[in-house]
Design a binder for this molecule. Sequence first.
Ligand SMILES: [Zn+2]
Ligand SMILES: [Zn+2]
Length: 376
Amino acid sequence: MPQYEPPRDHYQVLGVSRDATSDELKAAFRKLASQHHPDRNPDDPTASLRFREIATSYNVLRDPGRRAMYDRVGHVAEQSGSPFGEGGPFAGGVIDLSQLEIDGILGDLLGVFGIGKRDRGDIQRELRITLEEAAFGCEKQVTYERTAPCGPCNGTGAADGASRATCPQCEGRGRIAMARGLGPLTAERGCTRCRGMGTISVKSCASCAGNGVAVSPHTIRATLPRGVEDGASHVVPAAGNTSRVDRPAGDLLLTIRVESHPVFQRIGDDVSCRVPISFTQATLGGVVDVTTLEGVEKLRIPSGTQPGAVLRIRGKGVPHRHAAGRGDQRVEIAVEIPTSLSPSQRDAVEQLAREMGEVVVPQRRTFIDKVRALFE
Ligand SMILES: [Zn+2]
Ligand SMILES: [Zn+2]
């Protein structure tokens, strides 16, 4: 069962006195942040929590407005519904990024401060598919774990049949008035104890310990369009985590990974492959079987085809994502030179060479044959 720990005092977290100057705060933060950075403590699973706590405390105290509010009302100032909390009129404050770049941890800090993205319960997963699936579209089943409203208690957090009592924290109102303190500003926030419902159950649900949400496996079917590319994103709305029963579920964000193919390489919407042909096919021309994304095709080889030549089979590549039609299949020709010839084949090639005006060097052949004979 998760233990609730009240947040520690921000001054205590940074180890400074309540009248610390901004320079003292900064120095304390720099020291602690580099000490507790998760990269430096790979074997300590609590390091990232500690790091986050340090960053959060510093972010509150370094901002004079938020610090004053914190001094006045404590952690309530930072809770949701607070004018300084997420969604409030003074959310975030102003952050001078140049002050935060310490040992390259800027990216972590951005994450900690929620800049750019907020944790809405989104889940990120990779989805591996084959090149054929990417080309022609597919429906994939994805199973993953997510936090969802608890089944046994239907998200209420109450044990079956348990009676409910008025929430002692908000006295049944579901909302709590914020401390006054900023001139005309007053604010209310949702009661965290009863999650705005005004009542709490007398006995907690055993499955979710009264949280109303629990982790469970979930399976979805994702339909991917034809022509989808490696690295593309696919969003399944509302398939992410439900962090609180009174909040909507986040999304499942799938990053598509197209596995490497034994035959083809993808170049945009073209696919490329290498096909070996014989020395005589290259010289005289012919027809060869070529594997395509959908089976085998006949490809005509023109006479005099050079090694490395690229022939195209039109329309046998990947279907275009946003237009009709398909890319091509590029066939790179590799010419295989025979490594052993029968005596009569050798005579024929020598004959050809002489007719093409080339000088034939029979000594070499004789020498090699002599060497070979030694081992036979
Ligand atoms: Zn309440
Ligand atoms: Zn439950």
